[in-house]
Each structure stands twice: as C-alpha cells, then as structure tokens.
Ligand binder design. Sequence first.
Ligand code: ADP
Length: 398
Amino acid sequence: MTTPQPTPRESAGRSEPLFTAEQRLQRALDAGGIGLWEYDPEWRVLHGSAATDADDPRLRQVRMGLDDFIARIRPDQRDGVLKALHDALDRGIAAYTTYEVERPDGQIRWIQAHLYPERDGGEAVRRIIAITRDVSDLQHALQAQEQLLDAATKARDTAERTVMARNNFISSTVHDLRTPMTSIRGRAQLLTRRVRRMTLPEDEQATLLEGLAQIELGIDHMNALLGDLQDAAFLQMGRPLELRPAPTSLAELVEGVVAEIIPLYPAHQFDVAAAADLPDLQIDPTRMRRVVTNLLINAAKYSPEGSRVAIRLARDGDAMVLQIRDEGIGIPAAELDRIFERFYRASNAPQTNEGSGIGLAGVRQIVRQHGGEVAVISHVGAGSTFTVRLPISTSTEG
Ligand code: ADP
C-alpha cells in the first residue's frame, strides 16, 4: 500500500498542515480498503483509485473506457451494473450494485459499488462518483456457508427420506406378518380344544397341550415384538398409535420400570416417592411403560454415575403428575423446545452417548394421545426435571 508523503510547504513560521486534503482523503480510503473513481459520460471513461490492498500501481489506479470496464465484469452481472450507471446518470438517483470483476492481474474480485450522480449548476448530471469496496473475502465466506448449509439440508432430506422409506417398509411388513400369525394362533387354539376332547393317554395329552401352549406363547411374544417394531416406525413418522387403554396403577407401572432399569445403571441412585391411595388411570400400559422407560433412561444416561434420580408421583386436582428429576448435564435454555422434535439432540449431548433423538418425540406423542402433556425445566450443569401430567378421568384418543 502506498502511503502518501507529506507535501513540503514553505512555512513562514506558521504551522502548515502535514498533508493536503487530497492526501488525507487517500489515506482514509487506503485504511478503509475503499476505492473512489469517477465516470465521465462525455468521454465514457472511468478514472480514480481502485478498492484494493495491492501495492502494484496498475491495480491501484483506474483508468479505462466504459466498454473495457464492462468487458471485465462477469457477463451475467453486466446488465445490473449498466442499470445502476443508468439510474445514477439518467434518473439522477444514487444506485448500488455488486459485481465480480477481473483485475488487470487476472484475479477475480467481488466489488460493492455505490454510485452517486454529481450535478452541475443546471441540475444536469455531469459525472458519477463511485465509492467501491472489495468484498471478496466476505463473499467467499458467504458462498462457503451457503454450500455447507446446502449440503447439510440435502443430507438431512436424504436421511429423512431413507428413514420414511424404511418405516413404511417396516409398517407394511409388520402388517403382512400379522395375518399368518393370527391364523397360526387360531389353529393352535382349535387344536387345543380338540386335544382336550380327545381320549388319549394322560401324559401324551399333556405333552400335546404343553406344546400347543408354547406355540401360543411364542406367537404372543412375536406379536409383542412386531407391535414394538410397528410403534417405533409409527412414532418415527409421527403417526398416531392405536391405544389399548386399560385400568392401570401408574405407581406399580413406575416401580416395575425402575426395577428393570436399576441393573442397567447400578451406580445411580433411584428414589421413588409415590403418594398413597392414587387412583388407577385408564391408560395403555405398554405405551405408558415406554414413556416412563424413556424418561428414566435419559435421566440416567445424561447424568454422572453416583448421582440421584428422584421420581415423584402425586395427584394434583384432576391430574396425575409424574416428575423425574436428575442431577445431570442439563439442557441449554435455547434448545428446551426443540428436544421434543424428532431426531433433535441437544448440542451438549455427548457424542459417545447412544441416542437417536427419537425418544422424547415418542414420549410427547404418547402422552398427548392420552390427553396429557410433558414439560421440562433444566439448567445446564445442574440437571433436568421432566414432568408428565395425565388427566385422571382420562379419555383416550386413538
Ligand atoms: P436421545 O436418543 O438422543 O437420548 P431423546 O429424544 O430421548 O433422544 O432426547 C433428545 C435430546 O434431549 C437428547 O439427545 C439430549 O440432548 C436431550 N435430553 C433428553 N433428556 C435429557 C436429560 N435428562 N438430561 C439432559 N439432556 C437430555
């Protein structure tokens, strides 16, 4: 960058300014990386200084005809630049344009230009003053950001399409498998009735009945597994589950889940406090077990070994309230609403922690299908409290 040298002045004892006004202006332009040129419509030439930090005078000085200037601009942007010149020149209004231009050294730069009309006494536009800035770095950063965003959006779309296709496939396979299973079960029940009526040696009849009972049990187990698979696919797609409500003690359900989870997280301390005489709820026990399991596993998974998970169950007016409090990593305030979205994982969730971001979306869907609501309060580093409220006179919707 050339620094203007002070112009020596003859001084007769007076203190003279160190720089001329023009030199001062040039310094300011250099410091701000700003170019300043004029366009003279009569001669159709541009001249002045370019927006560049290069020292090469060829790059710093602008002196060229309008056609040469336009020829250096990216072809699809030429009309935009000509329109801005036209606005300033013929309509007398300030104009703004951004363009990619080839510098004399062959480098491509992005330039932002503000064009101002300068009038003569008779109000006709005499020339245009252009103030320019080289914004190549900013433009490149923006382009890189756009490409990243684009790639991320495409990856997400592809993943969602794949997940949807897989879930549709699972759903229809489960449906297809159920039909033969129902018929096997029906046959086994029919045979059981027949064998009971037959006069057979006692131990032979017992063996046959035992075998048929095993087949029925096996089918029930398979049906339960298929049901789980179907639920997982439906929850991932956000489709409602077909609930099978039955009078259920939520306290017993919670204690059952805690008993299953303790061996998985032996270093955690699980405390259950359930109020006495709680009424049964009309809920789908299998699906509600899934809700409680998910919340308890999260509480343990996102908190350190040795910490406490407190589970409270109480009645609050017409609602049953289940609260699960942990002393774990917590959830950033800005993300609290998002953790219930499908596939969303909070930014502080350790990569090493297994998870898909689908659990809480399923929890919310199941609770809502029961006419209830789930909420969370959390502080990073201090822990989280998830609260499920279920109406006691629960009316369930499919
Ligand atoms: P994941 O399979 O990732 O655990 P979830 O849907 O169950 O999916 O939870 C979504 C996200 O919410 C998690 O990835 C985690 O970031 C956050 N989260 C859920 N429960 C807790 C908790 N008890 N403590 C801290 N973060 C939690």
